[in-house]
Structures are given as structure tokens and as C-alpha cells.
Design a protein around this ligand. Structure first.
Ligand code: SF4
Length: 703
């Protein structure tokens, strides 16, 4: 510590889970007189083993930004956002929403939330909004990242249950990564792949030659949206050759024979014609899967953000089931989620599914929740919420007039952004609750509620491998900003339903309620203990029905071959592929792909854009990647300025010429405010997740 200035010398440390991605690394926060002064990655935590990516290292530095929301802001008659007291803000919020609800019915006010609240806040928000305030509709930005995986698992397994543990990265001998640039999007998970001692085959299926593809043993640059044909053809070959683990299929699944018949039409030659991958290569991949002892399939946004994403995810689940690559070390069909608490949102946000995996449409489930929460069952909605895009459509049709947006940036991140912005302008009252008052969405708000951020409040996040980890308060929120949990409790009081939420006194007390809600469900955490127990155990995976100290915390699901459908079996689900809704044509000859640009940036840069270090690691102006052949034809070179336009909007970008993008395709990172001017609003029919990665665009030198 000789080189450390006195002001940074810690007198204590505490460990807590990072607040960015779903990896769920633990960071050791250095404290001086109870306040955070620095951090380093936690060496003993079973997730990150002493590693962190640049976002984690910079997690504290983004909290001191000048544009932190420090007081409630209310738009006055002149159109300016002006500071007001919490009392005035909360009275205005409740009066406005009540007035709208009384005039137009409970469906006229809704909320949009996030996968970045702690689990206890999500559960309180969902319960307050639906049972206390009487809202019918609320959804999360998790609709943009993992709804597809959640739906695929629920349909195939009977519950939204990612089956893996990160240890599987180190134990596979064949790792198939699909639509996942793990190196960049989940760098610590990639480190786990690199620690694998088995010299694994790493097969990357991705139209772009990403950093991960470059490090793979085999990169398959399939044509965008040919995934179904490709994976069904692998199943075709496995069936043709008899490379099926029939005992497993017969004992633990339903629907295989229909699937085997279905894939007869998906010959390698057909898949080759659709995907651009030679038939011999497809045969070789099928053989690799057959010969692999421990084959794991992993996917991320390239699959989830796809108009047929659910069926693509299930095409991998089917491959894992038919080869018996489930419930074993190094195996599985594994969805890697995006946000730090996407998994918490999947279980407890009470949006399109009732708490802990129950169903709003099921009277037994509603009664169970009412009994546990000690509220009249009539308070529980009898219908499912609209998903995100239909809430926005509700604004267009005039049925939704009041919206409460919590910790998400709709005006930047929603597909076909200008339309979303126009819709928010149509609202009678828009409330935005956020750490920063400068987000694109907060700038449109009638009322801004200042929220505490990561490190300024407590609770739990659940990571991609179902691990609860603890988040702690290691610094004071700025000004009058409050933890989201406190804001929700205040809203309950001002709404007049405080009594209903007396038991939800603190986040830790709320964990006790979540345990009760989970009892007997696949996500049962009745024995998870308190925050200190979770901390001491190095995080705890669900389910947890025994003392965390007594059970292995590198657990995978389905080791007993029992799935969550009533008959205990997994289902083979499949469907023919559909045509791309907006294929390139002569007017718009390129297909636009969007995605994460670098490990140093996160989503809409709301937080990461505040760090000088992270800004230095990433180009600040929007750029577009273009293949050299196309660039030559268009007369463009690297660092030229170009216009890129679609049927919905236009942006200016710096050109980066690179062979990592195939001819006929362009890539623009999602982090830039301009990117979603171009994207096409279309959705998976089962998960309602937006398909961000296929729209037709044109490019030319900028004037
Ligand atoms: Fe945080 Fe994810 Fe980076 Fe780990 S990989 S430090 S969880 S952002």
C-alpha cells in the first residue's frame, strides 16, 4: 500500500456482485470510514475467480457523474423540468395516475421496468403496480434481451430454467456458441472457456467473424436467418446416421418421432443452399457433435433478438436432448442472459408471469400468491400483461395514457426508435425513475424520480447460472436520490396501500417473502438463508432447499432426467422457418446487423459513457463496419463519413472497412443513440422479443 494515497487506503473491504452483465462477477469494494474508495475483483468468488472486465473495474467511477438525478424534477407550465420536493413529486404522480385510471380504466396506466433492479425491488414493483395500484400492464426491458430464451425453456422444459453452471464451460469437449460474441459481451465467461483443459472444439455460428469466431477452432459464417435450416440439418444427419441416444430420448422426452420425421426435409444440401455453409462442413459438425463426450450449446442475442428466436433456441435444445447432452457436466442447451438481474426479472418481476413462475390465468396460482401475500385474491389481475411492444401500441391506439419507466431508456434502445419517441410524446403523463436525468427518455418525462444506483442500495441479483449474489450499500446516493425500493414503498404510502406492503419493510425482509413465494416451485429458495449466508457461500444457485453450506454451488439442472412438464418430460418443438420480412433489395441492398461493440461499453452508454477510461476504450462517434468488396464498389474507405439509411431513418457514421463483415452486410454497434433509427419493428410471435438484427439499409458517402 506504499504507493496508495492516504485518501484511498482502505480500512475495510466488502464483496458484492457487479451491476452490469449477467455474468455476476464479485467485486471487492475497498472502504474507508464506510464509504467506497476503490475496488478489485474478488479472488475467491466461484464466478470470476479474481477477474473483471473494464466495466467492472470502472463500476464506482460512473456514480459521480454531473448528470446524476439528485432531486425530483417536474415539468412546469413553461415546459421546463424544475426541481420539486419528494412530497410534491409523489402527490403529483399518484394524483395523475389515479385520475387517468379513473377516467380510462386500469389498462390506461402501465409500467416499463428493467433487468437491473435488485430482485427484491422487482418483486415489490410488480406487486405494488399490479396488486396495489391496480395496473394490468407492465413489462421489462428484459423483453429486449432474454424473453426468447425464457419462452423457449418454458415451452420445452415446462419452466424457464437455464440448466447450466459456468463450470460447464471448463468441462465441455465441444462448445457450440451461436449468435454469441462471448469474448466481448461476456468476457469473464470467455475466460472460463479459455481455462478448459480438454482442448475443446469451439464452434462459433455467427454471420460476423467476431473476436470469438477468430479464437474458435471452427467459424461457421451462416447467412443471417438461416439458423433453423442449419440446426435442423444437423438433426437430420444425426437421425440418418442413428446417432441418437435412444434410451435417454425414450425415458425423458416427448415428440421425438415427429421431430425426426420433420427434419427429413432438411437435408445438408438444402441447409447449404440456405446458410452458405458447405454440406460437407455441416456433415463434419454433426460428426463432431456425435463424437463429443460432453457437448454444450450456448446462445445469446444473435438467437434471442430474432423473429424466429424461440424456435431457433429450441432447435439447439432438440440437439442436446436427442444426443443426451443434458444434465451432465459440460453439456446442455444454455442461454447466456444479458443484464445483471435478467434472471431475477424472469422469476419475480410479476409482469407477463405471476410471481415465481405462476400464471395469472390460473385460479389456483392466483390464490396461492394471494394467500402468501395475505391480500384478497380479487386484487390479482386475471389476465396477462401486454408485452412491451403492445404497451407501446396501446399508447398509439389511445388505451394507455400514463407510463412509469424505471431504469430503462426506451427512447434510445427500442426498435424503430423515432416511433417509440413519438409514442412517448403522446402520453398524458410520463414518469421516469432513473439515476441520470439526461437519458433520452428522462428528457421526455413529465416527472423524473431520482434513483440510487448500484453500490448505493442493497439486495440480490441472480446471474445467468441461477446464482443469487448480494449487492450492498457502500456509498451514499447523491442529493435526494433514493433506492428504488424506498421509492416504491413511498409510492405505496402515497397511493394509500402502504398497509398492504408493511411486510416488505426492507430488501432483506422481502427476501423472506420471495422464499415463501418460491416454496415448491422449481426456483425454490426456501433454505437460501439471509444476505450474510449467501455472501458466505459465494453466492447460491436456485433451487436451494437445503442449507447452502451443505450443497454444491456449481449445480446444473436435470441431472435426474426430470423436467418440469406435468409428465416430467421435455418436449421436442419445431417449425418451418419463415422468410425475412424486409430482405435487401435494389433500393436497400444491405442487411444491417446490430450488437455489442466492445467489452468496455454497455447498452445505451447511460452509465459506461460517464467513465473517461471506458470512453477511451471505445470510439465515441457512431461507426459502421463494411466488407472491403462492398466498400470498393461504394467508393468508401476506412474513416470516410457515410450516410446509412433504412425505410425508417438515417444516420451518419464513420466507415470501418473490415473482412469480418460479409459482403452484403453492415454492422453498427447498438450503443449509439442513432442505431435504432434504422431498425425494423418486428417480433418473435411467441416471446414478443424484437428482432434487432435484420433490416434492409443503403449506404453512400456522406455529403
Ligand atoms: Fe461486471 Fe459482467 Fe464485467 Fe463481470 S463480465 S465485471 S459482471 S460487466
Amino acid at each position: 500500500l506504499g504507493q496508495v494515497p492516504d485518501r484511498l487506503k482502505p480500512d475495510a473491504t466488502t464483496d458484492m456482485v457487479c451491476g452490469y452483465c449477467s455474468t455476476g462477477c464479485s467485486l471487492r469494494v475497498h472502504l474507508k470510514e464506510g464509504e467506497a474508495v476503490n475496488l478489485t475483483p474478488t479472488t475467491e468468488y466461484p464466478v470470476n475467480l479474481g477477474m473483471a472486465c473494464p466495466k467492472g473495474w470502472e463500476a464506482l467511477n460512473v456514480l459521480d457523474a454531473d448528470d446524476r438525478a439528485t432531486r425530483p424534477l417536474l415539468r412546469d407550465a413553461s415546459g421546463e423540468l424544475k426541481a420539486v420536493s419528494w412530497d410534491k413529486a409523489l402527490r403529483t404522480f399518484c394524483d395523475k395516475f389515479k385520475q387517468i385510471g379513473e377516467e380510462h380504466g386500469p389498462e390506461s396506466v402501465a409500467f416499463l421496468s428493467t433487468g437491473q433492479l435488485v430482485t427484491e425491488e422487482m418483486a415489490l414493483l410488480g406487486s405494488l403496480a399490479k396488486f396495489g395500484m391496480g395496473m394490468l400492464h407492465g413489462d421489462g426491458n428484459t423483453r429486449q434481451c432474454m424473453a426468447t430464451a425464457a419462452t423457449a425453456y418454458k415451452q420445452s422444459f415446462g419452466f424457464d430454467a437455464p440448466p447450466f453452471t459456468y463450470q460447464d464451460f471448463e468441462e465441455s469437449d465441444v462448445i457450440v456458441l451461436v449468435g454469441s460474441n462471448l469474448c466481448v459481451a461476456h468476457p469473464i465467461m470467455w475466460e472460463r472457456v479459455c481455462r478448459n483443459p480438454n482442448n475443446p472444439e469451439i464452434i462459433v455460428v455467427d454471420p460476423r467473424r467476431t473476436e470469438t469466431a477468430m479464437a474458435a477452432t471452427l467459424h461457421l459464417p451462416i447467412r443471417p436467418k438461416s439458423d433453423l435450416a442449419f440446426f435442423y440439418s444437423l438433426a437430420h444427419i444425426l437421425c440418418r446416421e442413428g446417432w441418437i441416444l435412444r434410451d435417454f430420448v425414450d425415458a425423458h422426452t416427448n415428440g421425438f418421432d415427429g421431430f425426426a420425421q420433420f427434419v427429413q426435409a432438411y437435408t445438408p444440401e438444402r441447409a447449404a443452399a440456405e446458410s452458405g455453409i458447405p454440406a460437407e462442413t455441416i456433415e463434419k459438425v454433426a460428426l463432431t457433435i456425435h463424437e463429443g463426450k460432453r457437448v454444450s450449446f450456448w446462445w445469446t442475442m444473435g438467437v434471442n433478438q430474432n423473429y424466429e428466436g424461440v424456435r431457433i433456441a429450441q432447435s439447439m435444445i432438440n440437439l442436446a436432448l436427442m444426443t443426451g447432452n443434458m444434465g451432465r457436466p459440460g453439456a446442455g442447451a444454455n442461454s447466456v442472459t444479458g443484464q445483471c438481474n435478467a434472471m431475477g426479472s424472469r422469476i419475480f418481476s410479476n409482469t407477463t408471469g405471476l410471481l415465481a413462475g405462476r400464471d395469472f390465468l390460473n385460479p389456483t396460482h392466483r390464490q396461492e400468491v394471494a394467500d402468501i401475500l395475505d391480500i384478497p385474491v380479487e386484487k390479482l389481475p386475471t389476465e396477462n400483461s401486454l408485452p412491451y411492444h403492445q404497451i407501446l401500441e396501446g399508447i398509439r391506439t389511445g388505451t394507455i395514457k400514463g407510463l412509469w419507466v424505471i431504469c430503462t431508456n426506451t427512447s434510445h434502445s427500442w426498435i424503430h426508435q423515432s416511433d417509440a419517441r413519438d409514442l412517448l410524446e403522446k402520453l398524458d403523463f410520463l414518469v421516469v425513475q432513473d439515476m441520470y436525468h439526461t437519458t433520452d427518455t428522462a428528457q421526455q418525462a413529465d416527472l423524473v424520480l431520482p434513483a440510487a444506483g448500484w453500490g448505493e442500495k442493497e439486495g440480490t441479483f441472480i446471474n445467468s447460472e441461477r446464482r443469487y449474489g448480494v449487492v450492498k450499500r457502500v456509498r451514499r446516493p447523491p442529493g435526494e436520490a433514493l433506492p428504488d425500493f424506498s421509492i416504491f414503498r413511498l409510492v405505496a404510502e402515497y397511493w394509500g396501500v402502504g398497509e398492504m406492503f408493511r411486510r416488505w419493510e426492507t430488501p432483506e425482509a422481502t427476501l423472506g417473502i420471495l422464499k415463501e413465494l418460491s416454496r415448491g416451485q422449481p426456483c425454490d429458495i426456501t433454505e437460501i438463508g439471509d444476505y450474510a449466508t449467501i455472501d458466505h457461500a459465494g453466492g447460491v444457485q436456485w433451487p436451494c432447499t437445503e442449507s447452502p453450506e451443505a450443497i454444491d454451488q456449481q449445480r446444473r439442472l436435470f441431472e435426474d432426467g426430470h423436467y418440469y412438464h406435468e409428465d416430467g418430460r421435455a418436449k421436442f418443438l419445431f417449425e418451418d422457418s419463415r422468410a425475412m420480412p424486409e430482405p435487401p433489395d435494389t433500393e436497400y441492398p444491405f442487411l444491417l446487423l446490430t450488437g455489442r461493440g466492445a467489452a468496455s461499453q454497455w447498452h445505451t452508454q447511460t452509465r459506461t459513457g460517464k467513465s473517461a477510461v471506458l470512453r477511451k476504450l471505445y470510439p465515441q462517434g457512431v461507426y459502421v463496419e463494411m466488407n472491403p468488396e462492398d466498400a470498393a464498389i461504394a467508393g468508401l474507405e476506412s474513416y470516410d463519413k457515410a450516410s446509412v439509411w433504412s425505410r425508417r431513418g438515417e444516420l451518419k457514421a464513420t466507415v470501418f472497412v473490415t473482412p469480418t463483415v460479409q459482403p452484403g452486410q453492415l454492422f453498427i454497434p447498438m450503443h449509439y443513440e442513432e442505431t435504432n433509427r434504422l431498425t425494423l419493428p418486428h417480433f418473435d410471435p411467441y416471446s414478443h422479443q424484437p428482432s434487432y438484427k435484420d433490416c434492409a439499409v443503403a449506404i453512400a458517402p456522406a455529403n
